[in-house]
Design a protein around this ligand. Structure first.
Ligand code: UD1
Length: 431
């Protein structure tokens, strides 16, 4: 297994360009199933999760051609002939369940392996399934798979549609459920309203893509999404560019806050991670937007201030940036408290950080951080994608050498992570 070796305390400076958003690309790839014609996606990050979604779509007999040098992915779904997402791929990547919505509406049935829990929590899909039922599907579980099929007797659509529009009130603004239901509803007969919907910018990106295919969809990015079903999508060729990755942007901003001198983070959209940038500012870091899509960050000489943070669905503080800001707060003098409200198991990295000299105590879903002067390099483990990135950031600011193991988790979601850090001046290599 590869790992990173980092010699810490190098000053980061210069420019880094953020890649396309993982959490947008994966959903838009799944949505491409709905098209009749060719879909060309640009700014698709060359990361492991995208490769897994390519495999998922290939098992459905979708043709794909990924030009990794130019980040262009061509998807031809015209020969699709399967409605099953197998266990070995869903196990690898939970977001594989996002093919359920488009397959259900296209074929009237879908069979998807139950994803199960993961390192950050139990992660149910009950809200997705409840929504499918509202749209007229029935679900049953057998041999570790969820089988959903349109309940023809119940929905009695007048045309060819497999599902029927409905008012769906989500119990929680789950991103995955919002996306799955949007993709299912765009070809359902009549009107659908998704209330208490997730509002993340990636939802807007998915709505924009579906509109480009010809879907009738309003309110993406608000808590009430209104959809009128259509019978055909994407008949001609469709060309779409994926939005930049806000979490990657936040990770580089946090790296610059730890050890940066005028780092320009390009394709970082301030408005997409405003609350994160505001917290970084509150800590005392010099951070400002420079034009629409660049954020400039420097660590000042003055003493930094502790802050309290609570993660929440958008526009709240993003749970995915919780581990990286924890690393920053671990070396800010004073007491900071982080409250994790989205996932129940997102402090696994704390033990590793404490092994590097941090002073963090976990109390239920709170992390109580007593800032220390310095972290010291140690061998550590990447528990999951964002926790792994946090370990790398800890290595950048620590004295001495840090070895980060299990970096396959990091490679799932960051394109050329170590190369981008090296360009900024970090001493990091893969072994
Ligand atoms: C997405 C992101 C992930 C991010 C998370 C929260 C992708 C591929 N991943 O994950 O990076 O951390 O949003 O912003 O886009 N829940 C249920 N039942 C459900 C669905 C969700 O109980 O049917 C719970 C989950 O267990 C979790 C919370 O709701 O505690 C949030 O989950 P959700 O918003 O669905 O996250 P994902 O879409 O899985």
């Amino acid at each position: 297994m590869p790992g990173y070796v980092i010699n810490g305390r190098k000053t980061l400076t210069g420019r880094v360009k953020i890649s396309g958003a993982k959490n947008s690309a994966l959903k838009i790839m799944a949505a491409a199933i709905l098209a009749d014609g060719l879909v060309t996606l640009r700014n698709v990050p060359d990361i492991e999760d995208v490769n897994t979604m390519v495999e998922v779509l290939r098992t459905l007999n979708v043709r794909l051609d990924f030009d990794k040098n130019n980040n262009i992915l061509e998807i031809d779904p015209s020969m699709i002939n399967s409605y099953e997402a197998p266990y070995e791929l869903v196990r690898k990547m939970r977001a594989s369940v996002l093919v359920a919505g488009p397959l259900l509406t296209k074929f009237g049935k879908v069979k998807v392996a139950i994803p199960g829990g993961c390192n950050i929590g139990a992660r149910q899909i009950d809200i997705h399934l409840k929504g499918f039922e509202e749209l007229g599907a029935k679900n049953y579980i057998e041999h570790g798979y969820i089988n959903c099929s349109a309940d023809i007797k119940k929905i009695k659509t007048s045309g060819k549609a497999n599902l029927k529009g409905a008012i769906i009130n989500l119990d929680f603004p789950s991103r995955g459920a919002t996306e799955n239901l949007m993709m299912a509803a765009v070809m359902a007969e009549g009107h659908t309203v998704i209330n208490n919907a997730a509002c993340e910018k990636e939802i807007v990106d998915l709505a924009n893509f579906l509109s480009t295919l010809g879907a009738e969809i309003e309110g993406g990015g608000t808590d009430s999404i209104k959809i009128t079903g259509v019978s055909k999508l994407g008949s001609g060729s469709t060309d779409y560019t994926i939005m930049p990755d806000s979490i990657e942007a936040g990770t580089f901003i946090a790296a610059a806050a730890l050890c940066g001198k005028k780092v320009e983070v390009q394709d970082a959209v301030w408005n997409n991670i405003e609350i994160f940038c505001q917290k970084i500012k509150e800590i005392g870091i010099d951070i400002s937007p420079a034009g629409g899509r660049t954020v400039v960050v420097s660590r000042p000489k003055k003493v930094l201030k502790p802050v309290n943070i609570s993660t929440l669905p958008y526009p709240g503080f993003p749970t995915d940036l919780q581990p990286v800001i924890a690393v920053l707060l671990s070396v800010v003098p004073g007491l900071s408290i982080i409250t994790e409200n989205v996932f129940e198991n997102r402090f696994m990295y704390v033990e590793e950080l404490n092994r590097m000299g941090a002073n963090i105590k976990i109390d239920g879903h709170h992390a109580v951080i007593n800032g220390v002067k310095m972290l010291s390099g140690a061998p550590v483990k990447a528990f999951d994608l964002r926790a792994g990135a946090a370990m790398v950031l800890a290595g950048l600011v620590a004295e001495g050498t840090t070895e980060v193991y299990d970096i396959q988790h990091i490679q799932r979601g960051y394109e050329n992570f170590h190369s981008k850090l090296r360009v900024l001046g970090a001493d990091i290599s893969v072994v």
